[in-house]
Design a protein around this ligand. Structure first.
Ligand SMILES: [Zn+2]
Ligand SMILES: [Zn+2]
Length: 286
């Protein structure tokens, strides 16, 4: 078995415990990170929303969450970081919002899951019915409008700033297996992606290579697609590896693949949060 990170820094900052839709106590994630010899682990529960869902944290649990994560610190174990994955929902909330509840965070992941507006809002990565609803009801049967709206939201989120990691860049592909809604080879799709990379370039926001679709069997490749990573590498956009783990055993899922994909795309380094700051660490040589 290939040991993907022999002698190099190991870390994951995209982890969901039972405080939101993950399976397992924060302690189980920390113990697993310690077992794997991680240098750092970050917990990134789904931030509370202004409306109810079955996958985000209840607002009343945020202080308990914060205390539990802080309490994990162990002198012999990995560094522990307190984060949240915060939704960008146009007109409602942004990952850069200045809220008392976010005051103690070490880092923030900014993600677009929702499209649509009040009364007509649904996620692009939820059950197929939600994507169908968006496609049929909100975007009048136009996949192109839906996808372009998704990337426009991502750009608006990046423009707003105030967060560290861009969550799953091309999440809109999740329900598109077999090109159910759109063909990613179409020029308009590439244009939407390129325009979003231009916005990301120079923003200081890190692009994650997210293996969460692979660990949950919902995608056949990492987020974002390798060709998008190639374009990002040309622009010297910085990357971070993210497991988007919803189980403790997934905190390093397919990180060997992430490393291969990153190197093939042309990256020579990635970022890790250690000692309180985002540092550069070299990719290993194959
Ligand atoms: Zn997410
Ligand atoms: Zn996540």
């Amino acid at each position: 078995v290939k040991n993907y990170l022999e002698g190099v820094m190991k870390a994951n900052y995209h982890s969901h415990s039972y405080f939101c839709d993950g399976h397992g106590e924060p302690e189980a994630y920390y113990d697993r990170a310690k077992e794997l010899g991680f240098d750092a682990i970050g917990m990134s529960g789904h931030a509370p929303l202004p409306f109810e869902t079955d996958w985000t944290m209840a607002p009343g649990r945020l202080s308990e969450y914060s205390e539990r994560i802080r309490g994990l610190a162990d002198e012999d174990g990995p560094e522990i970081y307190l984060g949240l994955e915060i939704d960008y929902i146009h007109g409602l909330m942004s990952p850069g919002d200045d809220r008392p509840l976010y005051r103690d965070l070490d880092y923030r992941i900014g993600s677009v899951h929702f499209l649509g507006s009040d009364g007509q809002r649904a996620t692009v990565d939820g059950p197929l019915e939600e994507m169908d609803f968006l496609h049929n009801e909100v975007f009048g049967g136009s996949s192109r409008s839906l996808v372009e709206a998704f990337y426009a939201q991502v750009r608006a989120m990046i423009d707003g700033g105030g967060f560290d990691i861009l969550g799953h860049f091309d999440l809109v592909k999740k329900n598109n297996r077999g090109n159910r809604y759109f063909n990613p080879d179409d020029s308009w799709y590439r244009d939407a992606v390129m325009q979003t990379l231009e916005t990301l370039d120079g923003s200081g926001v890190l692009l994650e290579i997210n293996t969460g679709g692979l660990s949950r069997g919902t995608t056949d490749s990492v987020y974002p697609e390798p060709w998008i990573l190639g374009e990002a590498a040309k622009r010297d956009i910085d990357i971070v590896y993210s497991a988007d783990a919803h189980r403790p055993e997934h905190i390093d899922f397919a990180f060997d693949l992430a490393e291969d994909v990153a190197r093939d795309a042309g990256f020579r380094s990635r970022r890790i949060l250690v000692g309180g700051s985002w540092r550069e660490t070299d990719l290993h040589h194959s």
